[in-house]
Design a protein around this ligand. Sequence first.
Ligand code: EPZ
Length: 428
Amino acid sequence: MDKFVVKGGKRLEGEITISGAKNAAVAILPAVLLCDEVCRIENVPEISDVSVMIRILYELGAKVKMINRDTIEIDPTGVGSCMVSADMSNRMRASSYFMGAMLGRFNRAKVAPPGGCDFGVRPIDQHIKGFEALGAKVVIDNGMVDAKADQLIGAPVYLDKVSVGATINIILASVKARGMTVIENAAKEPHIVDLANFLNSMGADIMGAGTNVIKIRGVRSLHGTTYSIIPDQIEAGTYMVAAAVTGGNVLIKNVIPKHLESIIAKLVETGATVEQYDDSLRVIGPERPKHCNIITLPHPGFPTDMQPQMAVLLSVAEGTSIITDSVWDNRFRYVDQLTIMGAQIQVDGRVAVISGVEKLKGAPVAATDLRAGAAMILAGLCADGVTEIENIEYIDRGYSNVVEKLNAVGGDIKRVNIPPQNVIPQAL
Ligand code: EPZ
């Protein structure tokens, strides 16, 4: 077990380079199963969610070769199994994508329900609705989602909720189905466009990704490809807030500014300066942020995955701010941890009312999920004193080299090992 120890009060200054997008990588890796040849994936982030994905691919029979820190070569031709067990599946939400990928390849998939951050109910009814529209029979048997079809036939699917996961899973299942599939009310996140571009680079025929109507014309086979994953929108947003909340001046490199429009708009509203360049942007934080209100929405609205990070900035802003999370019904569990540090936040269901305070105070806190953990780091960076963060395995799921990246711009964060509690120290 490790923890982060963060010393606050330093303005961040310098350059941070963003890694590949977690939520694109965890969709693209299972998608390799649909291919009949070797695929080379570049700009893969060094995060534990990717390690779990690679382990699942390996256990399914794929050959996986690490070319270097961020490049992987995968040969899916030896994959024979169509089952992902609970002990692997429940370690992340994106394991559900193996359902769509294996259904698309084998007309069969047996996957234990996915895990992932706990924001309340995270159903997969829209995923199953899509599989059934394509002709699959889906049963939940003995704790496994078991989907099978004689032949997947393209069909129209209207999503009752805008769902990233369901959109991705239906794309994966329909890429080699017979005929045309049309997903209406589809999610438009950058990682969906990246998955579609990856599949099309292998010979798939997907149109409209990034809009709310995506058409997938089934093809018979997919050939190998070399593909580079887009930069991570949420990692970039997190470090943008780090610059703003410390009153710093940071050049964030390897970004796609178009993916960050809502985050830029909100940071500017709080008084930050954001200078945009082709593939980078500079964030200059104000002496003290101003309050603003935020409603999280599916892309291109303000991303829910940036909600905890913005709550930290608004905790030390002048005035009162309101955050409404329209995507998740219980994504404010981190507020208790921020309150320990002196934040003044009232939560009622999907709404948090934040009364800004001058300063947060360092304290021992815990990460309650991936983005909440990132928010705790931001709180520690701007607080007076020292903040110790436990449960940092959540953070390692989605942020590569966070200690190195922050210390390179003047932050003061260390990863410290915590010996197991039940071990009585040896007598010296
Ligand atoms: C993806 O989760 C992301 N995870 C989440 O990011 C992100 O918060 C979320 O999309 C929204 O952007 C990955 O990409 C691995 P949804 P997902 O299906 O696919 C409801 C992070 O921090 N819904 O878009 O699980 C659902 O309850 C993670 O990187 C159904 O009702 O989210 C929610 O209210 C955390 N039925 C809404 O739709 C379904 O079958 C959006 O969920 C599916 C979803």
